[in-house]
Design a protein around this ligand. Structure first.
Ligand SMILES: Nc1ncnc2c1ncn2[C@@H]1O[C@H](COP(=O)(O)OP(=O)(O)OP(=O)(O)O)[C@@H](O)[C@H]1O
Length: 219
């Protein structure tokens, strides 16, 4: 499913942020991605989402070397991934409801097929009264919940989330984590970058621990 082989990454002329990263994740796995601020968690997620290419080594995703994918295949592969960016990246000219339904539209689904699912999910993440609001008027926590809903609505094969609970209270964080656990139960592989060791302990999943540029699997 995911295989990192001797991966290194440097930005421009800087030092290597990641080096000698080697790990292999099976389909259906659930991992936290942990490490101090600046350790390279977002960088590792960017490699998986193919917004960066490794400086050395190879990243294999769904059985393919991501560095060799042509733009069209890269776009197709990305459609198999749900992602929650740290800065949310909602489309400001679309309502919350439209933002969340976008992945389904991209997959060619018709509104009557997904209308109820989108509404139900929005209610579940506490945005039932914000469905017609545009992202610029949402609070940080509301944007984060909308970004999570957009990432999970299409039941992707792989879910990547960068600090998905950083802007919500602990109770909502647990509720959102339960959403990821449920998605995982239905077959999605999940990787969640977080600083929140309490949440990691509560959910007890193994973690990819980033330290000094390299990854250890813990637990
Ligand atoms: N676009 C970039 N250009 C140059 N350096 C970058 C860039 N993005 C990140 N870095 C550097 O790479 C290192 C790893 O950053 P990254 O954002 O991956 O860490 P992180 O573990 O996600 O941090 P945080 O927990 O604070 O979000 C940091 O030293 C950062 O300054």
């Amino acid at each position: 499913m995911i295989r990192f082989e001797n991966v290194a990454l440097r930005y421009d002329e800087g030092e290597e942020v990641l080096r000698d990263v080697n790990f292999h994740l099976l389909p259906g796995s659930f991992y936290f991605l942990a490490g101090p601020s600046g350790a390279g968690k977002s960088t590792l997620l960017r490699l998986l989402f193919m917004s960066l290419k490794p400086t050395r080594g190879t990243v294999h995703l769904f059985g393919k070397n991501t560095s060799n994918l042509q733009p069209e295949d890269r776009a197709k592969t990305r459609r198999r991934i749900g992602i929650v960016f740290q800065d949310f990246r909602l489309l400001d000219h679309m309502t919350t409801w439209e933002n969340i339904s976008l992945p389904l539209r991209v997959h060619g689904r018709k509104p009557h097929e997904y209308r109820d699912d989108v509404t139900e999910l929005l209610k579940w993440v506490g945005l039932g009264n914000r469905m017609d609001a545009y992202p610029p008027v949402l609070s940080g926590g509301e944007k984060q919940r909308a970004a999570i809903a957009r990432a999970v609505i299409g039941k992707p094969e792989l879910l990547l989330a960068d600090e998905p609970t950083g802007n919500v209270d602990p109770q909502m964080a647990r509720r959102l984590l339960r959403l990821f656990v449920e998605l995982n139960r239905l077959g999605t592989s999940v990787i969640i970058a977080t600083h929140d060791y309490q949440l990691m302990r509560q959910f007890g999943a193994p973690r990819l621990q980033l330290e000094r540029g390299t990854v250890q699997i813990v637990g």
